[in-house]
Design a protein. Structure first.
Length: 152
């Protein structure tokens, strides 16, 4: 028997951009962050990932506690030292295994919305920025970026 997942009754009830699916996105972001920076807790200060023919990826530790690490992550472009894009503030929750873009992230460079930018605490804002983070992490990994593992 073949199931049509588009019309399956269990899947019809979950809105695409629900709180539950946002939590799944946070989980996926955590997995990708761990692949990119497996030694995130041990990174201190500022780390740079360089790949041949690519733009350097910078990861700066802003805060580290037993349960969370907050970082700023961005590409720095050689042609314009002031060009730091995207510039995301990311909090990684080690105990819950989640990673999210923080509401303090400046979104001036993003054109994700038609018209006014939604409130950073809203589901719409969190969905768009965390979806962007997810795609950007995948891109960085596909380019070969990575930060050091924790030493044993």
């Amino acid at each position: 028997m073949i199931l049509n997942l588009r019309t399956h009754p269990l899947l019809e009830r979950i809105p695409t951009r629900s709180f539950a699916t946002l939590m799944e996105l946070y989980e996926s972001n955590y997995i990708l962050m761990r692949r990119l920076a497996p030694g995130l807790r041990a990174l201190d200060g500022h780390a740079v990932s360089s790949v041949a023919g690519g733009v350097d990826l910078h990861l700066k530790t802003l805060e580290c506690s037993p349960y969370t690490t907050t970082v700023a992550m961005s590409h720095w472009f050689e042609h314009d030292p002031e060009a730091v894009e995207p510039d995301l503030l990311i909090r990684v929750y080690h105990d819950a295994k989640l990673a999210e873009v923080l509401p303090d992230t400046p979104v001036d460079q993003f054109t994700l919305w038609q018209g006014a930018v939604p409130d950073p605490r809203s589901l719409e804002w969190r969905w768009e920025l965390n979806r962007f983070l997810n795609r950007w992490l995948r891109y960085c990994l596909s380019e070969g970026h990575g930060f050091p593992r924790e030493s044993a």
